[in-house]
Design a protein around this ligand. Sequence first.
Ligand code: SF4
Length: 284
Amino acid sequence: MEQRKPEWLKIKVQANDEKNDVERILGKLALPTVCKEARCPNLMECYGRRTATFLILGRNCTRNCQFCNIQNGPPEPLAPDEPQRVAQAVVTLKLDHVVVTSVTRDDLPDGGAGQFAAVIAAIRRLNPDATVEVLIPDFQGERTALQKVVAAKPDVLNHNVETVPRLYPTVRPEADYHRSLTLLARVKEDNPQILTKSGVMVGLGETEDELIAVMKDLRTAGCEALTIGQYLAPSRYHHRVVAYITPEQFKRYEILGRELGFRHVASGPFVRSSYRAAEAFSAF
Ligand code: SF4
């Protein structure tokens, strides 16, 4: 049975005018965000601070992960003007640090890597001072696809391992833990200047020892920044929450992560991989 939500997971942020303005700008440019599509608990706060994470390559995902609220469905055609619309939104929102992610597109020969590269290039053209962070899928382990993104030189390349390897068959059945680690290692091999980042959700049934082992694997892959947040089940049809991790335990994970050599660790109940990404980047 699902446990009752603890007090520390009750959100107190109110909507404000900035949030409405962000929604208006994104609506006008027909740009979805993962904030909205995944029903992120931080939406009020992030939109209220005029930040958002762009979701490219459509709203429908070709995978069906048991933790995620993005809908599975028939993939949408690529929009050739999408890079320009994202770049325009960056101008209008006056973003210093841009985070772009996508649904997984296993139907595309390059998994959508070319579109990521085009989006990065368009942002750089219109916003030469903005820093760019991409949160990418695994491109099914295709190195040439990954190289397209690396060649576009994002400032940060983020790829989440999401959970401990033991839980992959139930939480991420179409993904592969070692494939994700390899992806992160290859980024550093191909361009050591790009900062690499990964994220895990906790409360899915992992043990502390398993999480520490994941942190060590990430460090071995050269990963420099880590986010750790509480898993919250989007519905009763998703993987259940096995444990609500206490704020004290999150702090402990943060300290452990720093001791293992991550340059930045964000660990807390509401931390998501793009949560306060600009602040995380400036802390590098
Ligand atoms: S944490 Fe990330 S996904 Fe969630 S609202 Fe903020 S920017 Fe969007």
